[in-house]
Design a protein around this ligand. Structure first.
Ligand code: HPA
Length: 238
């Protein structure tokens, strides 16, 4: 059944979906990494494709930027399209001193300054957490890739341009990097009884005033895609 935001019919979308923020990134991934990609959604330009990777059905769809946007698309994938696994592939700013430009971060948990969890009416603070199955498969793939990678807590922020300068406080708590979507994705997965993971490449260091060149982003993107696709393959049929 199509939703207000997705034209796909049930069965058009694979059990595992990769989600970059940028829908044109989804098109690029479909055309360069998947065999026989078929476009299933164009509503609001949020392109979604299904193809195969090493024979395993995989979909790729944009999430848009921020938790409200990934909240909508991932909720529909989990609850309306029988999607089992969503792997976000994106970029992050480095927060921990140990994290360098171009490194890969695998988000074991996602702290947040968002009020997204308030909808669950919990009498405490919820800890958005990745799926162990996806996380352990991704760590294995990261080891194989030879990439410099970190596994731990990330910060999903509602603000890219933040007036409060609070990054140093998050750094004191061991946060590795900052992005804007994982916490909502992890909460939607938990609520639906499904699996989610966020894999990131470090595109900038806000605390050190550094950023990568377009060329460097290409290379690190390839490494992240290799990790994400091998993770999708590892969990296929489970
Ligand atoms: N802040 C938030 N999201 C990001 C950043 C950042 O510095 N870099 C890449 N995604």
């Amino acid at each position: 059944m199509p939703t207000p935001h997705n034209n796909a019919k049930k069965g058009d979308i694979a059990p595992t979906v990769l989600m970059p923020g940028d829908p044109l990134r989804a098109k690029f991934i479909a055309e360069n990494y998947l065999d026989s990609p078929v476009l299933y959604n164009e509503v609001r330009g949020m392109l979604g494709y299904t193809g195969t990777y090493k024979g395993v059905p995989v979909s790729v769809q944009g999430s848009g930027m921020g938790m409200p946007s990934i909240g909508i698309y991932s909720w529909e994938l989990f609850n309306e399209y029988d999607v089992q696994n969503i792997i976000r592939v994106g970029t992050a700013g480095a927060v921990a001193d140990s994290v360098q430009l171009r490194d890969v971060i695998i988000g074991m948990s996602a702290s947040t300054n968002s009020a997204y969890a308030s909808q669950y009416r919990l009498p405490g603070t919820y800890a958005p957490t990745a799926s162990w199955e996806l996380l352990s498969a991704a760590v294995e793939a990261a080891k194989q890739s030879g990439a410099a990678y970190h596994v731990g807590n990330i910060l999903s922020s509602d603000t890219f341009y933040d007036d409060a300068d609070s990054l140093a406080d998050w750094q004191k708590m061991g946060v590795l990097g900052i992005e804007m979507e994982a916490a909502a994705l992890y909460m939607n997965a938990a609520r639906a009884g499904k699996n989610a993971l966020c894999i990131l490449t470090v595109s900038d260091c806000p605390l050190r005033g550094l950023s990568t060149s377009a060329e460097e982003r290409q290379t690190t993107f390839r490494t992240m895609m290799e990790i994400a696709l091998e993770t999708a393959k590892a969990v296929a049929g489970k």
